[in-house]
Design a binder for this molecule. Structure first.
Ligand code: NAP
Ligand code: MG
Length: 498
């Protein structure tokens, strides 16, 4: 494992964007300062240096944006045909395809994901836009039989829900915002997005690009600012019909409370502590790198990270040896370095939190097998060694709490029933995997683990055609499949007396 510290060339469009004195809110098709005039700044976690200044929106700005979104929802946008909305999504995909390098650089600088990771996420974004473009033509009600005397014809109609509040985390906003934007454009809804303070820039840039690509004014609005001001105002606003939220379980609970103001519909994707189960007959050449990157990708800052690696006791030594050899090849460095496998974590305070979990693990008696330290040779950046604990038991805090950093725990198990029991002994239920060459074993685990998504002999695939969702404290509400679109629509029952 090595580190790098250099400067990297930026696309001229990225440079122009970052050269702005202040990144304004994006409301009703235009860039506007916050009504208070207040600003916040965002840093590049690879250097700890200030990257940009952006407007700090408050409740008045949220109200302005919701008003614009409501007007757009009721205006000309409501007359667009499904074909027009599909055509728009296809155009959006084409423009994002052209502008992706610029967006990837902004994202990588602002939140620290390795540029190789962000660039390689482009096909997934293109697939998501294709999926939503197809959904635009796939909205239909039903004609239904009925038992009403006389000639009454009955049917259901699907109509867009209205104004969607989108509250976005910092751990991958460039792509994650499109779960909302795609469904909004396909359904005829409108949205107000509140990105995280740590990583608002790619969301602001995307809003401008969407507008240039033909998304009408007011359909996609962005209010940057504090979660405690802009976020709470959006979650509580009585003219917002639905909120899609990704972030911590605690904030998710606040969003549920705020939703009672007008009975908002919700989709919540919250924390996780997923179990990656490695059976004795697993193909370790595939399972080892996948289990490592199931945690260390994005420096552990992925909700479905497989942070509890459950390994059958007979292969623990072999697995551990191979894992440590693999981890030793991982290069940690500046997020724009194409050779960095791991970038920094998001902030100094998050780094402190993750390091404090290393102390917790040691105090609880886990064996620190690799890493555990801040990387001191990276002046200013929030770099941490990939960290591996062995001999972890499921009662330890490092096995129960979401660390959201590059910390992997190995938990030995004896038989499949015990592995399933350990996997289920968690407050969370987001992801999970099983590695076995025996399909019966794999299916038993898939059926036994109480979680929203399971992978067999792979980790982390997400396709909107298949979906991804959580259960227990990991949240609720479908992402992907036609069920996703259904949450952007409401069903109207229609009775026609002929
Ligand atoms: P967070 O506080 O839940 O932030 C997520 C989003 O919610 C941000 O846009 C945030 O704004 C906003 N927000 C904060 N408080 C709010 C409130 N009361 N009402 C409405 N919106 C509010 O999560 P975080 O601070 O970024 O990270 C904390 C932990 O959450 C992480 O350590 C991790 O455990 C978990 N997390 C999970 C995911 C996931 O994908 N499941 C993603 C990120 C974080 P500001 O950031 O601008 O304050
Ligand atoms: Mg930042």
């Amino acid at each position: 494992m090595t580190t790098t510290q250099q400067s990297f060339a930026l696309n001229s469009l990225t440079q122009d964007f970052l050269a702005r004195d202040e990144h304004f809110l994006f409301i009703n098709g235009g860039r506007v300062p916050a009504s208070s005039g207040e600003t916040l700044s965002t840093v590049a976690p690879s250097t700890g240096e200030t990257l940009a200044t952006f407007s700090s929106g408050n409740a008045a700005d949220i109200d302005r944006a919701v008003t614009a979104a409501r007007a757009a929802f009721q205006g000309e946008w409501s007359t667009w045909t499904p074909y027009q909305r599909q055509e728009l999504l296809v155009k959006v995909a084409r423009v994002l395809d052209e502008r992706f390098e610029e967006l990837a650089q902004i994202e990588s600088l602002d939140m620290g994901a390795p540029i190789s990771r962000v660039l390689s996420s482009k096909p997934a974004l293109m697939r998501m836009l294709s999926f939503f473009a197809a959904q635009a033509l796939n909205i239909s009600g039903e004609t239904l039989q009925n038992g009403i005397p006389g000639q009454v014809t009955t049917m259901t109609l699907k109509a867009p829900v209205g104004v969607i509040g989108g509250i976005i985390p910092w751990n991958g906003p460039l792509n994650s915002q499109f779960w909302i934007i795609g469904a909004v454009l396909a359904s005829g809804c409108t949205t107000v997005l509140k990105p995280a303070q740590y990583a608002s820039l790619s969301v602001l840039r995307v809003a401008e690009i969407l507008h240039e690509a033909g998304v009408p004014a007011g359909v996609v609005n962005v209010v940057t600012g504090r979660g405690s001001e802009a976020g709470t105002a959006l979650a509580a606003h009585t003219d917002v019909d639905r909120v899609a939220f990704t972030g911590s379980t605690e904030t998710g609970q606040r969003i549920i409370e705020a939703s009672t103001s007008n009975i908002k519909k919700l989709q919540l994707e919250l924390g996780g502590k997923s179990a990656d189960i490695i059976c004795a007959d697993a193909d370790l050449d595939k399972a080892v790198p996948a289990a490592a990157m199931g945690v260390f990708a994005n420096s552990g800052q992925i909700c479905y990270a497989g942070t509890r690696v459950l390994v059958q006791r007979s292969i623990v030594d072999e697995f551990t040896e191979k894992l440590l050899a693999y981890v030793d090849t991982l290069r940690v460095g500046h997020s724009l370095d194409p050779d960095s496998a791991l970038g920094p974590v998001i902030s100094e305070s998050q780094l402190d939190t993750v390091l404090s979990y290393v102390d917790v693990g040691l105090a609880e008696g886990a064996d620190l097998l690799y890493g555990g330290q801040r990387l001191a040779d990276q002046a200013g950046g929030y770099f941490m060694q990939p960290t591996v604990f062995g001999g972890v038991t499921n009662t330890m805090r490092i096995a129960r709490e979401e660390i959201f950093g590059p910390v992997l725990s190995i938990l030995p198990f004896d038989d499949i029933d015990e592995a399933i029991a350990i996997a289920n002994d968690s407050d969370f239920g987001l992801g999970g995997a099983v590695w076995s060459e025996n399909i019966s074993t794999a299916l038993k685990v898939v059926q036994g683990v109480h979680t929203g998504t399971m992978w067999v002999n792979c980790y982390g695939y997400v396709d909107p055609m298949v979906g991804f969702s959580g259960t227990k404290l990991s949240g609720y509400g479908a992402k992907g499949t036609s069920a996703h679109m259904d949450t952007y629509l409401y069903t109207k029952s229609v009775y026609i007396q002929l």
